[in-house]
Design a protein around this ligand. Sequence first.
Ligand code: NDP
Ligand code: MG
Length: 382
Amino acid sequence: MKQKRIVIIGSTGSIGEQALQVIAAHPEQFRVMGLAAGSNIHRLIEQAHRFQPEVLCVGRSEFYPSLREQVEGAYQVLAGMEGLCELATLEQADIVLVSVSGAVGIQPTLAAIGAQKRVALANKETLVAAGDLVMKAVQENDTELIPVDSEHAAIFQCIRDEQAWVRNLWLTASGGPFRDYKAEQMKNITVEEALNHPNWEMGAKITVDSATLMNKGLEVIEAHHLFSAAYDCIKIIIQRESVIHSMVEFVDGSFLAHLGVADMRIPIQYAFSYPERMVSPARQLDFTALGSIHFESPDYERFPSLLLAVQAGRTGGTMPAVMNAANETAVAAFLQRKLSFMQIPELIAAVMSRHQTIQLPTLEQIMEADQWARDESSRMIY
Ligand code: NDP
Ligand code: MG
């Protein structure tokens, strides 16, 4: 395999760090060309010293002077949304991994697609808020968009070129830490409990989303766009061991499933090595130790965020961007202990009910709807 040159947008996060582990394990095959973080310039500089990229970028411009001063001309330094978009189109890069958290990923993703880079997309909020525009750009530019989110990576591998015969997509969910809680217990959930996911180590925002099951709702919308699947054909099944990463059901009754240990380095590496496979640093799945796999249906009453997300997806237009922005704001407020766990879906529902959906929105209208929802949510919280 020819060496692939990689840019990581969001290198200091959970996915970004694991991507660097994959790259470190295959120095012949992969090379880092550019790294971007939001504000953690200390870690960004450490990563730069280790991986020697050509360009660094900090998303929050106020950290630019400090970053520039500390690297003393060793790397080209960019900043802000403009910098992220410039990095996403870096001429010397083949692959752009978008692993920022939140709708901040929309513009760099579109920029990378426009520059015909292979986009390894971890950032689900981008597809949720702007999926129609992103998929249209992928078609127009004839670019590869390879999903990193484990469920979608699984479906991508199962579906291959058999899209015409798909009956249903089955997204698996661990159910999160509160899958066995009674409705009464859900009222007193603390931040510490919500951040303690049984199966996956992830950033704080997605960990809370996994606890409310919003994460699965976002993934339904993500799957709708990635695989042109009707909402009625996207099913959710709780599979608490997180060993089946998702399944495709075909019209003849066959199911293809993707199994493996719960380790994001597998889908990250696949998005880099595709269509080839490489030895992975992840451990192997031990079926005997696993014993059995359990299935159950999700409970929409205890987890209203899931329903809200699917409703937003079905409404379409600007509604998913609004739902996503309200959720991002609510989760941040929950983490700051300004909102209780069950107030997260309440806030999202309230913001969605006030929004007048615009169908077939432009990027500008999506960004406006996103900002409106953030302002509206903040106003209701504070
Ligand atoms: P983290 O919170 O761990 O990391 C987020 C990354 O984004 C950090 O590098 C952060 O930088 C960077 N960032 C935040 N704001 C900006 C900004 N304005 N400009 C540039 N960079 C910014 O998140 P995760 O790695 O857990 O998740 C990343 C994405 O991948 C999310 O969309 C998530 O839903 C998705 N995902 C994650 C999975 C996981 O296992 N973690 C699984 C499947 C999907 P800084 O450190 O400076 O704040
Ligand atoms: Mg996932």
